[in-house]
Design a protein around this ligand. Sequence first.
Ligand SMILES: Cc1ncc(COP(=O)(O)O)c(C=O)c1O
Length: 478
Amino acid sequence: MAQQTVSGFRYANLADDLELKIKEGVYRSGEKLPSLRRLHDQTGLSITTVYQAYIELEKRGVVEPRQKSGYYVRPLLDRILPVPEAPKLKPVAKKVTMGTLAYSIVEDMSNPDFLQLGGSVVMPELLPFKQLARCIRSAPIESMKHSLMRYENPYGNPELKRQIAKRMVGQARRDAMEEITITTGCLEAVNLCLQAAGSAGDTVIVESPTYPWFLQLIEDHKMFALEIPTDPRTGIDLEQLEQAIGANAVAACLLVPNFHNPLGFEMSMEKKKTLVKMMAAAKAPIIEDNIHGELYFGNARPATLKSLDRNGWVMHCASFSKTLSPGLRVGWCLPGRYTEPVRRLKLNGTVASPTLNQRAVADFLKSGAYDRHLRRLRTALKNQISNMALAIARHFPKGTRITAPKGGLTLWVELSPNINGLEVYREARKRKISIFPGIICSTTGRYRNFIRISCGYPWSEEVEKGIRTLAEIIGQMV
Ligand SMILES: Cc1ncc(COP(=O)(O)O)c(C=O)c1O
């Protein structure tokens, strides 16, 4: 039984001590805590008191027991710092002029000297390189000959489409599977859908903030972007969306409802249903980017808008870039009533996506290793985001806010209003750290005091040092 001390129960004091050490980063998210016996030896407290301390920490949601293994630090994704408020802005269609900033960010992404906290990329050590390489090497020579010497079916390798269709059971109506069209990454899928839905001068609705490459595509097609305020916890404001649809001729609504980049929210089922109905009533398509759909931190894969679509107004896009290989560039779309124009654009644009890459992904999916790999990847990303958020809370100045992602791999960080995220980006770049300045996630000039930090790295001293350096840069600007 716990004995009382001056400041309270001994078990509670020990629990407080361990919780503080977790917040200070001594014990990291996902890390195993000392055994009962070890803590008993270290502290001189009875095994029962140590056990009660762990039960207390479990109640507080700080640790989790694993059968026959002990207690582990539970990733903390909420309640670390306040979450940024939804932006207040008047939705107006705007011409997009993104400039060249995004290109230097892309260049840094392939520079091995940089600490990659900018591009939302998963580091190779978390991806199944060996199994994937085996799939490529072990292909019979006849199949290799086919891969290298022939064009693939313009709409995709049939085996790959079959494997994707299997994974999409429950994510699209059964008859929608016919729509699967393989693309070169998710961005090509979005680009094809955008071009099929609209043309120069048309208005495209996006979330605010949004994924910057959506804005670049809108700019390239000489379309207008109409940003709708988007809450970092719940997603796009449906009332304002409805008003915008009523007031503008909208060609498409381009959204990331599951684990938004940069905000990380998951739109509720109720909101998804309302959204799909609203857009069908307006006879305007939704381009749904579900690239992070498999990277959920909860218990189940979230519903797609496509699964709620009755009339073909949802154009669903995704890829394997965040879960398997960004380099193979294998993505897909289910373009609904726009399937024919999307396929025409695909055929005329590139004939087909590379045969070898599609076959490698198909073989990997067929091997059954994907689900096992995804389970490990989700756990790793959840721990990494938690460790990153805790490190930001430790080192960044008071007043910093961060999102509480439900999946994906990015944190959206709000700094004090006088800090210029672009300046932080430039200073960080000089020190070989890449981040995203928030300003490129909008056409409105908002988010000047925001940065996006990507959590694709396994946690290490180098990442902690990178966060400390960012904090110093920001600290000098306060
Ligand atoms: C929301 C979103 N869509 C599309 C992409 C690009 O995907 P891909 O590399 O498969 O073209 C990304 C990459 O970061 C993304 O975050």
